[in-house]
Design a binder for this molecule. Structure first.
Ligand code: UDP
Length: 325
């Protein structure tokens, strides 16, 4: 298919683009590079620098790409930042998102795949979390993604735009070529690996008094290539709706640090810090729906594989994409 990928220069987008090209799709990446990196765009893809706020540029790019499907990764995606700058989240994720939906319909796009998040659930009523749980976001990031989910339902009903929205749990790991490089890194695994690389003095554990067996937060880590593969399955005609993407296994912050120590062969300096605002104690996916309805089969469900691929990439790219490679 001819795919139009927003945010294709970002972490998740870049690896989706690589996998999509590997399976024969044609890809145009539309990205303003505020979060993404030019070097993260696979050389086989067409690249259009641009911002979703620019309706004329967006319409032109969709036309030139002859887009059949849009895969929408571009977003502001930091919980903490959303608590200090909520306007940015509603502007980028909802306002610019609405422009993309309208432009997609005008360009004749028939399928829309969206990056949503488990942050739309807030504090879950049950673990594992299934798609039917109530959605009560506890931060503007989660709220903005939920608002977009609702827009999708209306665009489906009124414009017959078929959509799949994936509620991601914790994406991590790397493909052979592409990996995780945020200019400001807040995520656990890359931050721990930076300590192993000698780029940070110590690992900070945010909160050790949660109601979990070792007192630290539990998350469901999913390999980035498995995440990307689910998006390819979503492109099949007739597939629609909301799907969680996770492995159904929870690991605490301490367990992740131990795995990073094992994979890197180093003992890391760890300090205990206060809780980070907005962190639920435990988020673990029930992802049977994606398996049953999309035929999704994760290839790398083990935390060890997730951390190992991240470690290999970070060692090969100690400065991420900063040196253009
Ligand atoms: N975390 C931590 N130290 C760090 C980064 C993250 O203790 O340097 C914790 C964070 O508080 C959360 C978990 O690790 O409980 C996963 O955080 P991350 O930012 O990777 O993903 P999130 O679950 O917030 O999307």
């Amino acid at each position: 298919m001819k795919l139009f990928v927003t945010g294709g220069a970002g972490y998740i987008g870049s690896i989706f683009v690589e996998q999509a090209l590997n399976t024969g799709h044609q890809v145009t990446v539309f990205d303003n590079l505020t979060e993404g990196h030019r070097a993260a765009v696979d050389a086989r893809a067409a690249f259009v620098p641009g911002c979703l706020s620019d309706e004329a540029a967006l319409a032109q790019a969709l036309r030139t790409a002859q887009a059949e499907a849009v895969v929408h990764f571009a977003a502001s995606a930091l919980v903490g930042e959303s608590m200090t700058n909520p306007g940015k989240y509603f502007q980028n994720n909802v306002g610019n998102g609405a422009k993309l939906l309208s432009a997609s319909v005008a360009a004749g796009v028939r399928k829309f795949v969206f990056s949503s998040t488990c942050a739309t659930y807030g504090f879950p009523d049950r673990i594992p979390m299934t798609e039917d749980l109530p959605q009560r976001p506890i931060n503007p990031y989660g709220e903005s993604k939920l608002m977009f989910e609702k827009m999708l339902l209306w665009f489906e009903q009124l414009h017959r735009l078929e959509f799949v929205a994936f509620r991601y749990f914790n994406a991590a790991g790397a493909s052979g070529k592409f990996g995780e490089h945020h200019r400001v890194e807040t995520h656990l695994i890359p931050n721990v690996l930076k300590v192993a690389l000698g780029q940070k003095p110590q690992v900070e554990v945010f909160g050790t008094d949660y109601p979990t067996p070792d007192g630290t937060c539990i998350r469901d880590y999913i390999h980035i290539v498995d995440l990307a593969q689910a998006h390819l399955l979503a492109l099949q005609p007739g597939k629609r709706g909301f799907f969680n993407l996770g492995n159904g296994d929870g690991y605490s912050v301490r367990e992740v640090i131990q795995m990073c120590e094992r994979v890197s062969g180093q003992k890391l300096k760890v300090v205990e810090s206060p809780r980070r605002p907005g962190d639920p104690p435990r988020l673990v996916a029930g992802a049977d729906k994606a398996k049953d309805e999309l035929g999704w089969k994760p290839q790398f469900p083990k935390l060890e594989d997730i951390v190992s691929t991240a470690w290999t990439w970070h060692r090969q790219h100690p400065n991420g994409y900063a040196d253009g490679a």
